[in-house]
Design a protein around this ligand. Structure first.
Ligand SMILES: C[S@@+](CC[C@H](N)C(=O)[O-])C[C@H]1O[C@@H](n2cnc3c(N)ncnc32)[C@H](O)[C@@H]1O
Length: 231
């Protein structure tokens, strides 16, 4: 792990993670595009979404991912997030069977209770990946999948933090860390998870149509998906 400040090119004021998401919750969904994660989820071929009986969506936020999972046919779905304002939005969506205000690295949910564990767009806020992978592996049944989607380290290392406008023209960043893919593999292998599949998404026409200034980042990788399997 390397602290994002090592790469920071923008020097926005930086908020702690919970404070940041509490402030972002009201406008989060108008800022974050499905291109970031759902396009990659669509490409994963090894995850049997429709035969998942029990799933848990860690760091579920406002429930964008949960909505996608339910549409793919997953069964009972639990969401966990430690930011009350984000969880309230998820509750309003009505796609989770259970929502818990908890840390994604210490959920209190039962051992080996899930066929699918997901965590989308949250690892960059975790200083250490080991607790997140340990918790995902603890929750997963043998043969279960852990699907982690992340903001690409290339973008962070280019000085581009996770950020939003707290008020018009007032950008703020949220505390972030950079993890290399080797960090993910090390953390996963330490807890018995093996990589089944990986995808990366790059800035393409669809992104540039949405964010014209991202022409400067065309063809650069912006997000990734790792599909792990528990032995
Ligand atoms: C960028 S949002 C992603 C939300 C959702 N997964 C999505 O894809 O839209 C990051 C979320 O991670 C949550 N988060 C970050 N670290 C967390 C932790 N250790 N435990 C629980 N939630 C966490 C934040 O509260 C926030 O809701």
């Amino acid at each position: 792990m390397v602290d994002f400040s090592r790469f920071d090119a923008r020097h926005y004021p930086t908020l702690p993670v919970r404070d940041g998401y509490e402030a972002w919750a009201p406008t989060y969904e108008s800022t974050v595009s499905d291109l970031m994660d759902q396009r990659l989820l669509d490409r994963l071929a090894t995850v049997p979404w429709a035969s998942v009986g029990e799933a848990v969506d860690l760091a579920c936020g406002t429930g964008r991912g949960g909505t996608w999972l339910k549409a793919k046919g997953v069964g009972r779905l639990t969401g966990v997030d430690f930011t009350p304002g984000m969880l309230e939005k998820a509750r309003a969506r009505g796609v989770y069977d259970e929502l818990r205000l908890d840390d994604a690295t210490a959920t209190g949910l039962p051992d080996a209770g899930f066929d699918l564990v997901t965590q989308m767009l949250a690892d960059e806020h975790m200083a250490d990946l080991a607790p997140a992978y340990r918790e995902a592996a603890r929750l997963a049944r043998p043969g279960a999948r852990f699907v982690l989607v992340g903001f690409h380290p290339w973008f962070l290392m280019s000085g581009f933090p996770t950020h939003f406008d707290r008020a018009p023209g007032e950008p703020v960043a949220i505390e972030s860390y950079v993890h290399l893919f080797a960090d993910h593999v090390r953390a996963a292998h330490a807890v018995g998870l093996r990589l089944a599949e990986m995808e990366e998404g790059v800035v393409d026409d669809a992104w540039v149509a949405l964010k014209p200034k991202w022409e400067a980042y065309r063809d650069r990788p912006v997000s990734f998906a790792l599909a792990w399997m528990k032995a």
